[in-house]
Each structure stands twice: as C-alpha cells, then as structure tokens.
Design a binder for this molecule. Structure first.
Ligand code: NAD
Length: 407
C-alpha cells in the first residue's frame, strides 16, 4: 500500500473520529445534581453496544471517545462467516463515586430516564465502577429484562441464546470467571503477537501491568502462563516489582475486592514502589489496565517499554502517543487489544462459540492474533499508526456489512 495514495483516517485517542455522534445526552439527577451521559456514536441495524461506567469525574467528552471506540471495536470483528452481525457503538457514564451511598439511586434514576434506549437500542454491560449483575438488577426493577435485551429481541431463538449466555457466564477457571478472563486473554495474545513478530523469545521477554482488576489480573495470568516474566503490577495503592518475576498466581489467589493487591502475602524479594513507578519499570511491554488518560504529555517520557498494549480504554492521550511513536514505541490500541470481551459476549449470544472455557479462549486467541497482525501490517505498509490502521479496517468492514444483500 502506498501511503501517498491513501490519506490516513482522522483519529483521536481511542480510535475515535472527528465525526459527530448520532446522539449525545447529558442528564442531571434532580436529587443529587450528579450528571450522567449517554453517547450513541452510531446505530447499525438500530443497535449499539457499549458499557456503562461510573466514576467521580466522568465527563461527556470521555464518554463520547469511548462510544466512538466501541463503533470501531464492533466493526473490527465483522466476519461474514459468523452469525454475529456487529452493531454500532455507544457508551454511558455517570459522574459519581460508585462506592458512595448515593450511587445506586443515581444509577437507577439515570437508567429510568434513558429507559427507551436500554430497552430498544443500546445493549450495555459493566465497565469501571459497575457490574453487569448490578445493571441487570436495576433494569429488572424498571421492567427491562436486562443489559442485552435489544439484541436478544432480534434473535431467531432467544431462549437458546439466553441459555448459552447464562452457561458461559457461570464458567470459572481456577477461581476467575470466564467472562473476566476473555478480555485479558485477548490482551495477552496481542502482546505475544507483537513479541513473536519481532522474534523475541518468551523466555527472555518481560511485561509490566498497571491495574490488577478484571483486565489487569487476567492479562497478568495469561502473560505469566505463556512464559513472560511479569516484573511489575500496580493497583490504586502502589506498584509491586520484582525484576526476577512476580508470583502472579499467588497474587491472584490473594487478590482483594476491586483489584487490590494483598501486600501481606508478597514474596520477600518483591519491592514496593509508588503507584506511577510502574510506567518506568524496565520491560518490553507495558499493559495499562486501569484508568483512562494515564500516559499523557507530562509523563510519557517515563515509559521505557517498546510496546504499550492498551487493556484499558483510552489510557494513552493522543499527544503522548505521537511522542511515543517518534521514539519508536508501538502502541497497540485499545480498540484492537481489549476488544476480546465485547466480541466474546456476542459470539456466545449468537452461537459462534461454545459457552465453555476451552473453545472461548481458543477463539479469542485466534481472533486477536489475526487482528493484531493485520493491523500492524497495514500500519507498516501505509506508514500509519496502528490506531489509524484499525480505524481503516473497521470502516472497510462496516461498509461490507452495511452493503450485504438484505442488510
Ligand atoms: N473488564 C472488561 O472486560 C474490560 C473490557 C475492555 C476494557 N476494559 C477497560 O479496562 C480498564 C480496567 O477495567 P477493569 O474492569 O479491569 O477494572 P477493575 O475495576 O476490575 O480494576 C481496576 C484496577 O485498576 C487499579 N487502579 C485504579 N486506579 C489506578 C491507578 N491510578 N494506577 C494503578 N492502578 C489503578 C485498581 O486498584 C484495580 O486493580 C478500564 O479502562 C475498562 O474500561 C475493561
């Protein structure tokens, strides 16, 4: 491909475009004054997919970027051989501490206000500060069956789909739910793919993971299982490092609620560091798996890794990404690296994968390896960033999807 013939797609951080979303709504809670946001980046077949987050400081711009990234994640996994037909992207966000006493009331009133969307168009789920179980519970109180109601309504055999979904969500592997593992499995596979491409043997490769919750914990598990030395892991309280490698499975076994590392159970050679020190630990791969905008203009020069594989949504700002690229650090974007969870939900629901661990993890691995390989190859050939390449692939796949006979 000749980069002189094809202009790179305009993208912001998170693989989003400058194109305005189809709908954007700001809600103010009449009881607490807290704000909630719903952004529908685009509907495809009248549907959009994307989680609902709750955190103090959540803002409309963040939700808009996340919604646009969801459109890209959906389209990237279009496969004409699949029953799953990708949707558009949407996202919800509430500016409220999820652990505060007012949180549940705010969530309930927000979902009541946007009920027509969750009942008919927006298939949602957990994100930072929420769980699928909690959203389902609130929706049931509002007379909506659950998070995935709009999609289930379009299926030929809703009962069978519901059963597959429930079966898959009941699976656990060594103490962690499959639904939590698939995302990290995909992120780890993305990291392994970039290392394999450059010929780095797993036995000498190192990684650092920022965050030890659903994404960070499961990514660390799969990297460790693949023979990568995980030399640093952080949580909201600080970083734990060990240049010889952390005992990841022990740390997972003793992990506390909300992804907390149990510091009373660490090995004697483990070192306690400040929270943001994880960014500068020497490693081949840095996996940000915590908050958005964590690598920015003021701290990108602390990063020493050659690859950043984005498990979190929007962890690297656009300005930081430009600087990192200039000094040779490759960012595997969130829309690719962490897309395994979203795709897996729909593969299970539509019946493209069996609701068991073996088939699910194998499918996520295969899909992520192919997607990372295609994205990086296009980026190299066209002289684009991987994020621009992912956006281009998504646009092309959505065009094919929308132009299918009968679409
Ligand atoms: N859970 C999923 O399936 C999924 C899928 C795609 C993307 N994501 C994204 O991944 C990110 C993490 O989600 P999660 O579900 O793992 O969250 P989580 O709440 O399960 O875990 C978050 C972890 O990050 C840590 N943390 C919080 N602030 C930190 C900071 N400043 N520095 C270091 N660690 C910090 C917490 O202590 C915890 O260990 C979010 O951006 C989310 O949108 C999650």
């Amino acid at each position: 491909m000749n980069s002189g013939l094809l202009a790179p797609p305009a993208v912001r951080a998170g693989g989003t475009s400058s194109r305005p979303p189809e709908a954007s709504l700001t809600w103010t809670d009449p009881v607490t004054g807290r704000q909630g946001f719903l952004v529908v980046d685009r509907l495809v077949r009248g549907l959009a997919s994307g989680g609902l987050r709750m955190r103090e400081g959540c803002c409309q711009e963040e939700v808009r970027d996340l919604a646009a990234a969801m459109s890209v994640k959906e389209a990237l996994h279009y496969d004409p051989e699949h029953r799953y037909l990708p949707m558009g992207g949407a996202k919800g966000g509430i500016d409220c501490d999820p652990l505060s006493s007012e949180a549940r009331g705010v969530l309930t009133r927000f979902l009541a206000f946007i009920r027509p969307y969750v009942a008919n168009h927006w298939a949602t789920g957990d994100d930072l500060g929420t769980t699928t179980e909690l959203i389902d519970e609130v929706l049931r109180e509002l007379g909506v069956e659950g998070c995935i109601t709009p999609v289930v309504a379009t299926l030929d055999d809703p009962e069978a789909a519901r059963k597959r979904f429930a079966d898959a969500f009941a699976v656990e592997v060594d103490g962690i739910r499959l639904a939590e593992l698939v995302g990290g499995c995909g992120v780890a596979e993305a990291a392994l793919t970039v290392l394999d491409r450059e010929g780095t043997p797993r036995s000498s490769a190192t990684a650092v993971v920022q965050g030890f919750g659903a994404m960070g914990g499961s990514t660390a598990r799969f990297l460790h299982a693949a023979g990568i030395r995980v030399v640093g892991i952080s949580d909201v309280h600080g970083t734990v490092a060990n240049p010889r490698g952390l005992a990841v499975e022990d740390m997972l076994r003793h992990r506390g609620p909300h992804g907390a590392i149990d510091r009373s159970r660490l090995g004697s050679a483990d070192i306690l560091l400040d929270r943001d020190d994880c960014l500068s630990l020497a490693a081949d791969v840095l996996v940000p798996a915590a908050t958005s905008y964590t690598v920015h203009e003021a701290n990108h020069d602390r990063v020493t890794a050659r690859y950043i594989v984005e498990a979190a949504n929007l962890p690297v700002t656009a300005a930081a990404e430009d600087r990192l690229r200039a000094r040779g650090c490759v960012v595997v974007p969130d829309v690719v690296a962490n897309s395994g969870t979203n795709a897996w939900w729909w593969w299970v629901l539509y019946g493209d994968v069996a609701p068991d661990a073996e088939s699910s993890l194998a499918k996520v691995r295969g899909a992520l390896r192919d997607l990372v390989t295609e994205t990086l190859k296009l980026a190299e050939d066209a002289g684009w960033t991987p994020r621009q390449a992912a956006r281009h692939l998504a646009d092309a796949r959505r065009d094919v999807l929308l132009n299918r006979p009968g679409a």
